[in-house]
Write a protein that binds this ligand. Structure first.
Ligand code: GLY
Length: 566
């Protein structure tokens, strides 16, 4: 997977601070995904090699993990448009060198004109095409507010951090084979959703190595560079978003954009053995689910069962089932609904939850309404560690791949379809098969429940693991399995990410396994009574593991993911 690419902008990656005149020369560059790096100073791992390299260049120039994270995030919005974004939202979990832990919420919000039953027809039937595609599916974007909230911890000027993204958008970059395939797959949807041509379609099919040039996106990024957060939420960009809404009967208004703000929340923190886990609180369900699952296995001596034996997989499946049942029942935006978080993660409650666990026998999800798990790479995760001891773990999303497929005319970026993460109607599964109730019902200004689980683990107070993944509802289970692989089974970083994963989410009552999951174990699980269903990749986990100041960064084998470091 190597392409010979001729373009100017990548010169920046090796030359932060050089004049643009120096950069304006042809530059031949081969890039390929590097799946593993061992290093000592700092590392970046993300879904795209060019984004990882942008971040690493910032680290090498003396930037801290926040500088590198911001530059990586903005680069992903250009080179990984299926999920990297400025039209969506995300979460950051970070550990500062002074010991402080941070959780930053820049999840999209329901627009002011949104209402509980906005996706129901007159007979009360859910109209999921409206919550999943097109203008009405978009929540108020939070990504740019999030980036400016991250700037509080950065050390370099914003102009330096956004310039690589501007250059990549302006001059283009060579797309990968996977990106060419996805763009061809979504061609018709892009054409249907957009009144005028976008950068994402062309007459001939896309192929690996084709240049994707995004001039309108570059202009938007320049407005953000020059005007800061107002370059997105006010002025020209805001006007273009509202005009796009009017064109497609969307409901995001100028007031929605002006009132959007990111929010620092208390990170969810808990101990497991000698490890301290820091993860995302509500409105992500991910952190609570991981805490519940880790606590439900904690007395079961899973390490002795060994990795991916039928006994270990069964135990983990049953804790996944129980955690997801609670997700559907109890979780929603804590600014709008009361959630009994303390109880849900308490030892007594979780002990009770596991009372009916029977080794060797499949449990049962008694409720009906089976969902359908969509297999797509809708979200993206990246991890950064710097030489100062700061660790950053960020997951961002447009929801579905390429979000609502609606590109803001004149502004060149794709809007999310995050409204589908609300419970459109109690009991009706969303695109990931997740169901919910009133706790996650739509209300103006409310944030939709997420599964994104950016996570950091400390050992003796120092960063030990930085991880996270895309994958909708498979996110908490993938993070859970990655942590258990390392902290219980003593697995190395590479295997912890790349060995086959499995997933159970209560409803539908099926145990999903990756195609390379061992057949003998699959058969044993079927004999216990599980409905086992092979499926495509589960998550794309990024991981940085730190062992005695030695850094190992792993990009998931399941995509173009890339680990860089120095
Ligand atoms: N849109 C996927 C998530 O937030 O969980």
């Amino acid at each position: 997977m190597t392409w010979k690419i001729t373009f100017t902008c990548l010169a920046f990656i090796f030359s932060v601070g050089r004049s643009s005149a120096q950069l304006k020369r042809d530059y031949t560059f081969n890039y390929a995904s590097q799946k593993k790096v061992n290093c000592h100073n700092g590392a970046v791992v993300s879904a795209h090699p060019l984004a990882s390299r942008v971040g690493t260049a910032i680290l090498k120039k003396g930037g801290n993990a926040f500088d590198a994270a911001i530059a990586t995030q903005l680069a992903l919005a250009v080179v990984y448009p299926g999920a990297g974004n400025i039209g969506g939202g995300g979460f950051m979990v970070a550990h500062l060198k002074d010991g402080k832990n941070i959780a930053l919420d820049y999840r999209e919000k329901a627009p002011i004109l949104a209402s509980r039953d906005m996706y129901l027809d007159s007979a009360g039937n859910a109209q999921l095409h409206l919550s999943q595609d097109g203008h009405l599916a978009a929540g108020v974007p939070g990504a740019i507010a999030g980036i400016f909230a991250e700037m509080k911890y950065a050390s370099l000027p914003f102009k330096k951090l956004i310039q690589p993204a501007i250059d990549l958008a302006e001059n283009g970059f060579a797309i990968t084979a996977a990106q060419a395939k996805a763009l061809n797959e979504y061609r018709d949807e892009f054409l249907q959703r957009n009144g005028s041509p976008t950068a994402f379609t062309k007459d001939d099919p896309w192929k690996a190595g084709d240049m994707l040039i995004q001039k309108e996106l570059s202009a938007t990024l320049k407005r953000i560079r020059d005007k800061g957060q107002k370059g997105f939420y006010e002025g020209e960009t805001a006007k273009l978003i509202v005009a796009e809404m009017q064109r497609g009967k969307g409901i995001i208004t100028m007031a929605d954009l002006q009132h959007y703000s990111a929010k620092e929340r208390d990170a969810l923190e808990f101990d497991h053995k000698k490890f301290h886990i820091i993860t995302m609180p509500l409105p992500s369900s991910g952190g609570i689910l991981v805490e519940q699952m880790m606590k439900m296995i904690s007395e079961k001596k899973i390490a002795k069962m060994k990795f991916q034996t039928a006994a270990a997989v069964q135990l983990m499946t049953e804790v996944e089932r129980r955690a997801f049942a609670d997700r559907g029942e109890f979780l929603g935006d804590p600014d709008f609904v009361k959630v009994p978080v303390e109880t849900l993660v308490s030892d007594a409650y979780l002990k009770e939850r596991m009372k009916d666990f029977e080794p060797g026998k499949a449990g049962s999800s008694t409720l009906t309404k089976p969902g359908h798990i969509k297999e797509s790479e809708q979200t993206t995760h990246f991890c950064v560690l710097d030489k100062f001891g700061n660790a950053v773990s960020i997951t961002t999303t447009l929801n579905d791949s390429y979000g609502s497929k609606t590109v803001v005319t004149g502004a060149g970026f794709i809007l999310n379809d995050e409204m589908d993460d609300f419970s459109v109607k109690p009991g009706v599964p969303n695109m990931y098969g997740a169901i919910g109730n009133d706790k996650n019902a739509i209300a103006p200004g409310k944030r939709m429940l997420s599964s994104m689980t950016p996570t950091i683990v400390l050992k003796k107070g120092e960063p030990y693991i930085i991880t996270g993944t895309p994958g909708g509802t498979t996110i908490p289970t993938s993070v859970f399995q990655t942590l258990v692989n390392i902290m219980e089974f003593g697995m190395n970083a590479d295997d912890a990410v790349n060995k086959p994963k499995f997933h159970h989410q209560w409803l539908p009552d099926s145990l999903y396994i990756e195609k390379d999951f061992p057949v003998t174990i699959q058969k044993q699980l079927e004999q216990m009574g599980y409905k086992v269903k092979p499926r495509s990749a589960i998550g794309r986990t990024e991981l940085i593991l730190i062992k005695r100041r030695s850094i190992i960064a792993i990009g998931d084998k399941r995509g173009d993911d890339d680990a860089e470091g120095y």
